[in-house]
Design a protein around this ligand. Structure first.
Ligand SMILES: Nc1nc2c(ncn2[C@@H]2O[C@H](COP(=O)(O)OP(=O)(O)OP(=O)(O)O)[C@@H](O)[C@H]2O)c(=O)[nH]1
Ligand SMILES: [Mg+2]
Length: 450
């Protein structure tokens, strides 16, 4: 971390302004060497200066330079940002000039990594930086911001503080059992406290499954026999005639995709080819593709024609989607009903998707199944990704182990080991304890210049 890094922080392309950012001990000296204007080494921190960047004596571009001196910066190191005209050539030339004068090209995520290693932000907050950049919906932006402002980190720190108190109480009892003025911590008391922690952690893990929905949206696949109205459902959902709708069975041959936002959550919708046995090679491939989409889906909308009796294909579709989060649409309910479904099916919606209103009961069902209205009112104190959630699950397991050790009346230092492990696992979530390899992998997924 002794060297000074540089990267283009804005997207490469033609735009009004591009930003080249440097961080490190030599940042100020390097830029000053290439700057025609004020002597930047004498200016106050957090000020902006007008001038030119030059490569030896050749002027490259007219710029504004922001000088931000350590420690009140993103990386806690000296940070200099050069705002230049947003053309590819000028931006690249400035980058090259900085490299020629001793800066090193930053790796992906290296600025944020430095911010983490220098204690400016913790690991949850670092991940939130990337999530904020990549958020695709209003709800995912809110989730990332909640993490960035430290809500989740505070919650984890709070857990750890409680564990630390418990651990020190146990230790005092082990080390100084003869002092009778210290509170005797009985196994019952330890068990009670573990129970409280367990409940809180369990709720956090459960609620954090919401963050996957918020960040990635809901991948929705529409499945059914030919001609039941699948494409009509896609078109009505996205309010656009994207898929071809005809009364000829087998109209859709390949998947057709669309997107909508339901209560701020992204719904990726995939309309598929109708499932049936066919000799037509093109249609056959389409049917296989439809079936394979089921596995990847977060939600399957299975569609049936309520005017027809239950067919072999319908039964196959019901079995194949049994394990999935599923909505069963009995479509064409404007026609006489001839369909008899097994009685124990849940989440059944009867409707007519030839009308625009007919889509509403399906939308309502999706909101209900994914608790979308409730999601909106939550304060987004969730764990945001599988790394964080799996560590929380490990911590939960440590608490279960501790509880078991008490149940089996094992020595209290066994309980202590489980609780310490729990403390460390929670620490890894925020990066209070970390493994270098994991950190490297994590930041490699960031974009360059961030
Ligand atoms: N009466 C009635 N007709 C409907 C309804 N929904 C769709 N249809 C009609 O049913 C026919 C088939 O609709 P599509 O949406 O193309 O059906 P699909 O399931 O995509 O069919 P494939 O692409 O062949 O698999 C069209 O003529 C629609 O107008 C409904 O609720 N009631
Ligand atoms: Mg279709």
């Amino acid at each position: 971390m002794d060297d000074t890094i540089v990267a283009i922080s804005t997207t490469m392309g033609v735009g009004a302004i591009s930003i080249i950012r440097l961080s490190g001990k030599e940042a100020l000296a390097i830029v000053n060497n290439c700057f025609q204007g004020k002597d930047l080494t004498t200016v106050k921190s957090h000020t902006i200066h007008y001038g030119y960047i030059k490569d030896n004596e050749e002027l490259i571009d007219e710029v504004l330079v922001s000088v931000m001196k350590s420690p009140k910066t993103f990386t806690r190191e000296d940070v200099i940002e050069i705002n230049c005209h947003g053309g590819i050539i000028a931006t690249n030339r400035i980058l090259q000039t900085m490299l020629n004068h001793g800066a090193r090209l930053a790796e992906a995520g290296e600025f944020t990594k430095r911010a983490f290693l220098n204690g400016r932000i913790d690991l949850v907050e670092s991940e939130a930086v990337m999530d904020l950049i990549q958020s695709k919906s209003e709800e995912s932006r809110k989730l990332a911001l909640s993490q960035l402002t430290g809500k989740t980190s505070n919650l984890i720190t709070n857990f750890r503080d409680k564990l630390k108190d418990l651990l020190s109480a146990i230790e005092v009892n082990i080390d100084y059992p003869e002092y009778y003025d210290i509170e005797i911590i009985t196994k019952e008391k330890i068990k009670d406290q573990i129970n409280v922690l367990k409940k809180d952690l369990q709720r956090l893990i459960k609620e954090s499954q919401n963050s996957t929905t918020i960040k990635n949206g809901i991948k929705t696949v529409i499945i059914g026999k030919p001609n039941v109205g699948k494409s009509s459902i896609l078109n009505k959902l996205i309010e656009q005639e994207k898929a071809i709708v005809t009364d000829i069975a087998g109209t859709t041959r390949d998947i057709v995709e669309g997107e909508i936002y339901l209560d701020g959550i992204l719904l990726n919708i995939i309309d598929t080819a109708g499932i049936r046995d066919t000799d037509n090679i093109v249609e056959k491939i389409g049917v296989e593709k439809s079936l394979s989409m089921i596995n990847e889906a977060d939600l399957v909308i299975t569609v049936f024609n309520s005017n027809e009796e239950l067919a072999q294909e319908d039964k196959k579709i019901l079995t194949q989607t049994e394990q999935k989060q599923r909505i069963i649409v009995l479509n064409k309910n404007d026609l006489p009903k001839n369909l008899k479904l097994p009685i124990d099916l849940k989440n059944v919606v009867e409707t007519n998707t030839n009308t625009i209103e007919g889509i509403n009961p399906i939308k309502e069902k999706i909101k209900e199944l994914f608790n979308l209205e409730q999601l909106q009112t939550k304060d987004y104190t969730y764990l945001a990704n599988s790394r964080q959630i799996s560590l929380a699950k490990k911590s939960y397991q440590n608490l279960l182990d501790a509880e078991n050790s008490i149940q089996e009346d094992l020595p209290v230092d066994m309980v202590e080991i489980d609780l310490k492990e729990c403390f460390d696992n929670l620490g890894q979530i925020i990066g209070a304890t970390y493994n270098e390899e994991i950190i490297d992998n994590l930041f490699e997924n960031f974009c360059v210049g961030k």
